[in-house]
Design a binder for this molecule. Sequence first.
Ligand SMILES: [Zn+2]
Length: 220
Amino acid sequence: MGCNANKVLVEKYVCPNSPSTLSIERVAEAYLPTEWGDFHIAGYRSLTSTEEFVVLYKGELRPDVPSLVRIHSQCLTGDAFGSMKCDCGPQLHRTMEMIEEEGRGAVVYQQQEGRGIGIINKIRAYALQDQGADTVEANERLDLPVDSRDYRQCAEVLFDLGLCKVKVISNNPGKLKALEEAGMEIVERVSLEVESFAPAARYLRTKKEKMGHLLELNSL
Ligand SMILES: [Zn+2]
């Protein structure tokens, strides 16, 4: 690359580690100015399930330039309603700000609410938490998996955008491992510590102690 700049500009970048056929396809794309920056938004469909993915991205994304990325798992209560039970909303918005500041990057929004259990079960789990259970205990009591998320297709979305080397904004070792296993080169892990509210303290401690999240939690 680079020796023929004009050709490169019109070529779609492909990461050499990308699977030759992807199990997702881009079906729609538009421009999306937001409170946290100006992005492109694209919609993807899984070719193997009914799952859909949304990605917000900006800047020139190419395999040779390490770019900020995040796989953000949908959290209706935190992302849209400003729930104080978790830190998802502030994490999403901080990520968008960081990508805006950097001028390039992507957030894959994975629509697996409540770590894959769905919004109704998540509300049921919240009810158990109201009675004293922590996040993990609540799911166990409902006989639901603590985490059933699969990130393989999120990695494919990043490959489709032309990415190869990534600086991953995440505290979740599971997401880092999944991206690595999918063939993404993780150049850096960018930790994300956002201010959390008192009701989120127990949730975050459970994330750190029972789910292996890489959190400092100095303020808690
Ligand atoms: Zn949340």
